[in-house]
Write a new protein. Structure first.
Lengths: 591, 163
């Protein structure tokens, strides 16, 4: 990919330094740390406090810097890259407003436990605390939304701090780490030494699960009459998809994924019940409420998944919970067998012990359980009324899936109705292909996520399923896509409403559509063209498939599909906030 | 129920604020909090007195452990422990009050550490409940000023918290 700056920009500054300093400065140390961590891409935005770092970037060739149009997108893009690859995503922003713009991105990564290192410029150490230009308390502002953060006050601590930052970001329950580097630290020199390994007495994440607890889990699973496996983002983050598939096959039990867990178990497998939760399938939620043994893996029983915790706990079931983070266990729901450990290790160990156990799964009970589940499946809760005149959003996602299945395709989304339709109607077969903001629910992530993924996976198609509301929150990144030739496909389900808000207003607020109508929308086709991309407006259902084919055919172009969808369509099934997960509305007839 | 949680953490800038921020962000109570470096200056030891249900206390200890700079966490109230708190209390001591205040300080094994014509300042050490009892025993109108350190706790006998 040709992304280097024009030569005429590079020439004047490329003059050799007259007296090379034997010791690197903080900025060069920082770059060497990133190189030692095999960082290939860095998303960022320059500013006063990071000028030395940008100068050091200029003098190297191994790390490609992507200049975004807003710091929020730098963090999202690096986050998307991390989600797709499993590597640590790295972003670089300047002090003050650079940091505050990055905050939404950092919080988004934190809520979904994404490994990231965010390097932030800071005013020079003597100016800290004096309300200097572009100063903010970065460590204070980001403290609640990072796994950890550092302020580096001495250049001699920089390399070790970076080592710690990468170590903390990628081990245990992953998360973003902020390293705040004052300008004088990035200028001062020091010897460079990057340790190969690091030991921290205060940070030693558990890997192996407790043997006794695993034995209890095996007993429960083999004795179960109505078992169920519920898995979340932890299985994706822990690269444990193969182990999960093996265990489900071994036991022959039903499996569901959370929004963050989709792809960990193949959607085409008959043992997959679809996503569960607020917009989960009828069968996934009914199975949750009627199982007698629940194995939760890398999931956290959050409010969008289990609904009202009192309703959830109103039935008898034994719960086994595997998670790398002890504080996720027994947080919202009391569990019977907690297993703290790496999900990959624990799932492997469970499978080994199940194979070795004398007991076998209760085939007769399982058969009855599957009969019941298949009854629930007959409700066909994701069926939708097709139309020849108005474009149904479900039809768009379904068509996209039909056209791309069997090819390596990445789907990002923003937040709202389109996100739920993407999760429901695109059937994910592999982990790390479904990239969205589940925890924080950040509108605007879709395009920067797609941009970050496209750099990591240039051969794959990357689609951003979005809406006309969300896409406008980071639409400036169309410019970045042009500069760095990252051709992504934007499928904007344009219903002229902030659809999920409108849906709640229809159902819970008496149809008073307070400020959820998007008037004065831009002409997205012209907008895409203004950025140098291809824009296509789709008004009729018959145009959907040809337009999607055209977008795929234009392999090297960013394509913006402005799909005019049914403004009244709602996401079904739905569990209203505060209700139990089996108290589902299956369609407008249930209102 | 009241719990006394002892925490060993890296003696680094910002470590205290991470602990305090955790309590406020998650809505946990802090009744008292004391912190100072240990005999090993790279470590600080903190005693947090808090209240909450068993579930809340479990989450508090888990979240404290999750902080990168926290090395060890022990809920002292799960076993045998002792706690001590220091209070300095300035009492009005005029006329016949002077004998009364001196007598009260002696009963509670306090020490008078500052004397003026009109006041005594008493230093009193003990479990928080003992300090409360002293305040109860003194005429409210005679209390001019109090300052308390918050409790420090330590396990009894072989219960040792160290790296």
């Amino acid at each position: 990919m040709e992304t280097s700056a024009p030569d005429m920009q590079r020439a004047p500054a490329a003059a050799p330094r007259t007296a090379p300093n034997p010791e690197p400065n903080g900025s060069e140390i920082l770059i060497r740390c990133l190189q030692a961590e095999n960082v290939r891409y860095l998303w960022g935005y320059p500013g006063g406090a990071v000028l030395y770092i940008y100068d050091a970037l200029f003098k190297q060739t191994t790390i490609e810097h992507v200049l975004v149009r807003h710091e929020q997108a730098a963090v999202h893009a690096a986050d998307g890259y991390a989600r797709a690859t499993g590597e640590v995503g790295v972003a670089l922003v300047t002090s003050g407003p650079g940091v505050t713009n990055a905050v939404t991105g950092i919080a988004t990564a934190y809520m979904d436990s994404i490994p990231m290192v965010i390097v932030t410029g800071q005013v020079p150490t003597p100016a800290i605390g004096l309300d200097a230009f572009q100063e903010c308390d970065t460590v204070g502002i980001t403290r609640p939304i990072v796994k950890h953060n550092f302020l580096v006050k001495d250049v001699r601590d920089l390399a070790l701090t970076m080592k710690k930052a990468f170590h903390i970001a990628r081990t245990g329950r992953p998360g973003p780490v902020v390293v705040d580097v004052p300008k004088d630290v990035s200028m001062a020199t020091a010897p460079f030494h990057y340790p190969a390994t690091i030991e921290m007495r205060s940070y030693n994440p558990v890997r192996k699960g407790h043997g006794g607890q695993i034995r209890k889990a095996v007993q429960l699973l083999l004795g179960a009459k109505r078992p169920y496996i519920y898995t979340g983002g932890g299985v994706v983050l822990g690269n444990a998809s193969a182990e999960l598939r093996a265990l489900v096959d071994l036991l022959g039990v039903p499996c569901t994924n959370t929004l963050m867990g989709l792809g960990a178990f193949p959607a085409s497998d008959p043992k997959f019940l679809g996503m569960l939760g607020m917009h989960g399938t009828y069968e996934a939620n009914m199975t949750m409420q009627h199982c007698d043994v629940l194995l939760a893996v890398g999931a956290r029983f959050d409010d969008r998944v289990i609904g009202n915790p009192k309703h959830f706990a109103s039935v008898e079931r034994k719960i086994i919970h595997i998670d790398i983070d002890p504080s996720s266990i027994s947080k919202r729901v009391r569990v019977d067998v907690p297993i703290v450990g790496d999900v990959k290790d624990v799932l492997q160990e469970l499978a080994v012990q199940i194979r070795e156990a004398a007991a076998r799964p209760d085939v007769k009970a399982l058969s009855a359980w599957w009969s019941q589940i298949n009854e629930w499946r007959k409700r066909d809760c994701l069926a939708f009324a097709a139309s020849d005149t108005v474009i149904k959003p479900q039809h768009v996602v379904d068509t996209l899936w039909q056209l791309t299945k069997g090819r390596d395709t990445y789907i990002t989304s923003d937040v709202g109705q389109h996100q739920m339709w993407a999760a429901q109607y695109y059937r994910f077969e592999e982990p790390r292909r479904w990239i969205n903001s589940g925890g924080l629910g950040t509108m605007g992530v879709g395009l920067p996520y797609a941009m970050g993924i496209k750099l990591a996976r240039p051969e794959a198609d990357v689609f951003c399923i979005t809406g006309e509301g969300s896409i406008q929150m980071c639409i400036q990144e169309l410019s970045t896509c042009q500069q760095y030739k990252t051709p992504v496909k934007i499928v904007s389900l344009n219903n002229r409403y902030l659809g999920m808000v409108r849906q709640w207003q229809q159902i819970d607020y008496g149809g008073r559509y307070s400020h959820s109508y998007m008037d004065a929308l831009p002409d997205f086709v012209k907008l895409a063209e203004a950025y140098g991309h291809v824009g296509i407006r789709i008004d009729k259902p018959s145009e959907v498939e040809p337009a999607l084919r055209e977008a795929i055919r234009l392999k090297d172009r960013t394509v913006f599909l402005d799909v005019q969808t049914d403004p009244t369509e709602n996401v079904w099934p739905m569990v209203k906030a505060g209700q139990g997960i089996s108290e589902m509305l299956l369609g407008s007839e249930d209102l | 129920m009241k719990h006394i949680i002892a925490v060993l953490l890296e003696n680094e800038p910002g470590a205290l604020s991470r602990v305090v921020a955790l309590f406020s962000a998650r809505g946990y109570n802090i009744e008292t909090l004391t912190v100072a470096p240990t005999e090993d200056p790279s470590l600080s030891r903190m005693t947090i007195v808090t209240t909450g249900s068993d579930e809340v206390i479990e989450q508090i200890t888990k979240h404290l452990n999750r902080l990168i700079e926290v090395v060890k966490v022990v809920d002292l109230t799960e076993g045998a422990y002792t706690e001590r708190e220091l209070m300095l209390i300035k009492l009005r001591a005029v006329g016949k009050e002077r004998d009364e205040m001196k007598r009260m300080a002696e009963i509670f094994r306090g020490r008078i550490i500052d004397v003026t014509e009109k006041s005594y300042t008493v230093e009193l050490t003990g479990a928080a409940a003992k300090l409360d009892a002293f305040l109860e025993a003194i005429d409210k109108a005679a209390i001019l000023e109090t300052v308390r350190t918050g409790s420090s706790g330590i396990g009894r006998g072989e219960r040792i918290l160290r790296v």
